[in-house]
Design a protein around this ligand. Structure first.
Ligand code: IGP
Length: 259
């Protein structure tokens, strides 16, 4: 069993329990459910930095990254740094995050927030909206083509943008879906944790131009970003490089100043 299989199996259980306590009808009563969202895809197309900075306390590949910083400080720091959007890990069991992190960040910043989660059920998309997200992540390795179509359509019906993550050509082929806004190439193999920016370069020419291209994971230098821009990437998802420092916002600011 790969770590991805383990996470997915756990998520099914988690969602089942949550559905019993907070059905979708309850989620829809959240004031945030009516909130007008901000498009992450538009922000990437128009803003200069293109950086989607992530809040990630720990991960299965690195264990603890940072368990000292406060989500409010990180979110405000990223805002001050001029990021285009922020990704917030809401998984607790494997990444040490929570939906509360999303909610708290929503209260302090205005820019687009991506709910970073292993979505295995439409329920989690309603949850994303109820907790203040502007965009959701779908992972091609974890879902069938029909699920990708169904979930991205639900997200669009709730005015949430969709970032669909792929890691190889086979996954990309089932991901060319009109209700998807951004195609993300994960440079990290979720099964082996191996990271290589070459995956982004290889897949870039195969991504149709109507999608915003995002390169995810393992990015730690401005040179890499400049290189990826030549391959048509407009979004760059960076977690660890900022989160492993004492002051992620300050680190993002320094980084973005060099772009
Ligand atoms: O910390 P990094 O190497 O900069 O990576 C950030 C982000 O891309 C990574 O956390 C990520 C990409 N896809 C995911 C799917 C689930 C959980 C996490 C991820």
């Amino acid at each position: 069993m790969t770590i991805l299989d383990k996470i997915i199996a756990y998520k099914h259980k988690e969602v089942k329990a949550k559905k019993a306590t907070f059905p979708i009808s309850v989620l829809k009563q959240s004031a945030l459910f009516l909130r007008e969202t901000k498009s992450l895809a538009e922000a990437l197309k128009t803003s200069s930095s293109g950086i989607i900075a992530e809040h990630k306390r720990r991960s299965p590949s690195k264990s603890v990254i940072n368990d000292k910083v406060l989500i409010t400080d990180v979110a405000q720091g990223y805002q001050n740094a001029g990021v285009s959007g922020m990704s917030i890990l809401t998984d607790t069991n494997f990444f040490g995050g929570s939906l509360d992190d999303l909610l708290v960040a929503r209260n302090v910043v205005e820019f687009p927030l991506l709910r970073k989660e292993f979505i295995v059920d439409a329920y989690q998309i309603y949850e994303a909206k109820a907790y203040g997200a502007d965009a959701i992540l779908l992972i091609a390795a974890a879902l069938t083509e029909s699920q990708l179509k169904e979930y991205s359509a639900i997200a669009k019906s709730l005015s949430l943008d969709v970032l669909l993550e792929v890691h190889n050509e086979e996954e990309l082929n089932k991901s060319i879906i009109p209700t998807v806004d951004m195609l993300g190439v994960n440079n990290r193999n979720l099964k082996t944790f191996k990271v290589s920016i070459d995956i982004s370069k290889e897949l870039s020419s195969k991504i149709p131009t109507d999608f915003v291209k995002v390169s995810e994971s393992g990015i730690s230098s401005v040179d890499t970003i400049n290189e990826l821009k030549q391959y048509g990437f407009q979004g760059f998802l960076i977690g660890e490089n900022f989160m492993k420092t004492e002051n992620p916002g300050q680190s993002a600011l320094k980084f973005i100043k060099q772009l």
